[in-house]
Design a protein around this ligand. Structure first.
Ligand code: SAH
Length: 195
């Protein structure tokens, strides 16, 4: 088996594991009442860009090899590193879901009895789930030896993140006021101590 196909298999297993983590939260979220919904066209565009870059483009690549012109030679150390980064992404993703619990939404929403979470991964950064998406993008870039597919994931992440993060923080400030202000003062957005 080629190194490139090992990378592809790891990516497929990783993306299935991603959905196994998310699925129970999607089901549960349907049962928790939404008090304030800030879904907007911009947010839909962000979610579509992230799905395209982090799921659809790489899945099509694994299935068909398109776009073949952008392939480069796979290296075992890149694929190995990619597997580690993807595993770190999944671990972070799982921890953020456990910590957010019933406060989680796929979009920007305030749920009934919404609580501000600032523990676990949320003690390190304000948006650890977006950190996990960034790690997924980096993992994808290392696992799939194709320039277009590698950049697609990072681009998808960037579109979702930058369209959303400012709005999300304004929403949290609106609901949690000084509590969120103080939380902002002691945390970074997605990379501990840096950004
Ligand atoms: N940006 C966070 C959460 C993503 S899920 C992260 O990257 O980990 C998006 C939902 O989480 C939004 O509806 C928002 O209301 C909620 N949310 C964001 N930060 C939160 C926090 N610290 N505590 C509770 N809910 C939060």
């Amino acid at each position: 088996m080629s190194i490139a196909s090992i990378g592809e298999i790891v990516w497929v297993v990783g993306i299935i594991a991603w959905y196994v983590v998310r699925y129970p939260f999607e089901r549960r979220a349907k049962r928790v009442r939404v008090m304030s919904n800030r879904r907007s066209t911009t947010d839909t565009i962000g979610l579509a860009a992230a799905s395209l870059g982090l799921a659809i483009v790489p899945a099509l690549y694994v299935a068909t090899g398109i776009p073949r012109f952008a392939d480069y030679g796979a290296h075992l150390w890149l694929v190995g590193l990619g597997a580690l980064v993807f595993a770190a992404a999944l671990w972070t993703f799982r921890r953020t879901h456990k910590e957010l619990g019933r406060n989680w939404s796929i979009s920007l929403e305030i749920r009934e009895k919404h609580k501000l979470i600032s523990t676990g991964p949320y003690a390190a950064v304000r948006h650890p789930m977006y950190t996990s998406f960034l790690l997924m993008g980096i993992g994808q870039m290392l696992l799939l030896s194709n320039w277009v597919v590698g950049l697609a994931g990072l681009l998808g992440f960037a579109v979702l993140f930058f369209l959303r993060v400012g709005k999300e923080e304004r929403l949290m400030l609106e609901f949690f006021g000084p509590e969120y202000r103080a939380y902002m003062d002691r945390t970074k957005r997605i990379i501990p101590y840096i950004y």
